[in-house]
Design a protein around this ligand. Structure first.
Ligand code: NAD
Length: 473
């Protein structure tokens, strides 16, 4: 039983002023594995004050000093890869094969920011005008529970590269993972107050960060509902905001696709991170004339998708993070059935033999129409909706007929044609022929999927203000 009672403020682990204690529940077993004392508004204000003091100096740091800080952060986090992965498996229930990748891509964000910063001109001048890119100030970084290390490292790397100091508010469901990460980052021996971490409730710690005039910028990853409230409440103190929100991402299988390749690739997109992924390709668009073949390929491919103990490297889908998330996924599966979609694979209830923990059955619905709830709302679990189309134009129209626009995929044999389709999709990222990543490519959403971009230079730009100095004579 791990007991966490401290926050990380001004370069040290200090006892929490907040008194509320929360149990940390294993999603795999459904039992308590730890306790955390949550931060309150006072802890948050202390962290903001520390970040403000540190900004007075760090805000004037040189590019070389920031590059050095990024290198130290990278080395410090790299030293704890295995511990960070183990914590993600234990506390979140992330399957180890994916958790390792998530942790590594989080750590790689420090290197990616270093490279991007090296290549970014922070000063431009012509005639008697000089334009400089200045750090926006103190940044509040508020993150979700489904990839804790990745979100924290990514936002921290961009903020630090820009010359900002930070107060991080991780999800209260990620206290153990955050503890391991904070201990790791402490070893980077950063200037005091540059990095502060307060773990507490969103409506307590998160809300204080959003309303406090000492915070200049909020970078948020989470749900649309909370994203809207941050935009609204942040307006009172003119906060700059970056919002990384939800998705209902389409995967278009073109009619020249080889289903033997396309369907397994589509299922990886749908079920990655046990379906608890903002980018999950949860709407699968297949040509109507190939529906029967696609159904056979899906049924066959899903037999290889194993559900169970996330620590087992053979397991592809782990438990949902919490009872609440389990209930949410079950409710959507029921809704799909009620609305007349046809259940091809999975369904309600727990998979056989997995009676403890928050396991759900990877589920595929066919005969889904794009107006059904399961095609419109983000489920955030391993539930895939198969929708048919008659023409390429219709596929594009259906793909774009969503409030969301975070991610999309196009699968087909003729790559030029796939690129042409990709260029018409209203999404921040489109992958062709399978899931892939590039730490310098922007990440973020059109429409309700968010505001702004992260990753590489795009992520750093989100923490910068532009200043022009003009000389009259
Ligand atoms: P959430 O919105 O409930 O919580 C996200 C964070 O916001 C948590 O730290 C939470 O404590 C905090 N929060 C809650 N209320 C707040 C308030 N009033 N003020 C300030 N902060 C508050 O989301 P979640 O359940 O943790 O995560 C799932 C959601 O995150 C999904 O919608 C998913 O799509 C989205 N997500 C998006 C991305 C992306 O990059 N676009 C990545 C992962 C997850």
């Amino acid at each position: 039983m791990t007991v966490l009672t401290k926050q990380y403020i001004d370069g040290a682990f200090v006892e929490s002023h907040g008194r509320e204690v929360m149990n940390i529940i294993s999603p795999t077993r459904g039992t308590a594995i730890g306790r955390v004392t949550l931060a309150d508004e006072e802890d948050t204000r202390r962290a903001i004050a520390a970040a403000r003091r540190a900004f007075a100096t760090y805000g004037r740091s040189t590019k070389e000093e920031r590059l050095e800080i990024l290198r130290r952060l990278h080395a410090a986090a790299s030293a704890r890869v295995d511990d960070l992965t183990a914590a993600m498996v234990e506390e979140y229930g992330g399957v180890v094969q994916f958790a390792g990748l998530i942790v590594q891509s989080g750590i790689a964000a420090f290197q990616a920011a270093e490279q991007a910063l090296l290549e970014m001109p922070l000063t431009r001048s012509w005639g008697k005008t000089t334009v400089t890119l200045e750090p926006v100030g103190v940044a509040g970084l508020i993150t979700a529970w489904n990839a804790n290390t990745l979100f924290i490292c990514l936002k921290l790397a961009s903020a630090v590269a820009a010359g900002c100091t930070v107060v991080i508010k991780p999800s209260e469901l990620s206290a153990l993972q955050t503890q391991v990460l904070t201990e790791a980052l402490h070893e980077a021996k950063l200037p005091k107050g540059l990095l502060n971490v307060v773990t507490g409730r969103g409506d307590v710690v998160g809300a204080e960060l959003v309303r406090n005039p000492g915070v200049d910028k909020i970078s948020f990853t989470g749900s649309v509902g909370v994203g809207k409230s941050i935009m609204r409440d942040g307006a009172a103190t003119m906060k700059r905001v970056t919002l990384e929100l939800g998705g209902k991402s389409p995967t278009i299988v073109l009619d020249d696709a080889d289903l033997g390749h396309a369907i397994p690739a589509a299922l990886v997109l749908a079920f990655m991170n046990s379906g608890q992924a903002c980018a999950a390709g949860t709407r699968l668009l297949v040509p109507r004339k190939q529906l029967e073949a696609a159904k056979r390929a899906i049924t066959e491919a899903t037999q290889g998708i194993t559900v169970g103990d996330p620590a087992d490297p053979k397991i592809a889908v782990g438990p949902m993070v919490s009872q609440k998330q389990y209930d949410r996924v079950q409710a959507y599966i029921r809704k799909g059935i009620e609305e007349g979609a046809e259940l091809l694979v999975g369904g309600e209830g727990r998979p056989q033999g997995l009676d403890a923990g928050y396991f759900v059955k990877p589920t595929v619905f066919v005969n889904v129409t794009n107006d059904m709830t399961i095609a419109r709302e983000e489920i955030f679990g391993p539930v895939l909706s198969v929708i048919t189309y008659d023409s390429e134009e219709e596929a594009i129209r259906i793909a774009n007929d969503s409030n969301y626009g975070l991610h999309a995929a196009v699968l087909g044999t003729d790559v030029r044609r796939a690129r042409h389709v990709a260029s018409q999709l209203r999404a921040g990222r489109v992958v062709i022929n399978g899931m892939t990543d590039d730490p310098q490519a922007p990440w973020g959403g059109f429409k309700y999927s968010g505001v702004g971009r992260e990753y590489g230079r795009y992520g750093i730009e989100a923490f910068l203000e532009t200043r022009a100095i003009l000389e009259a004579s």
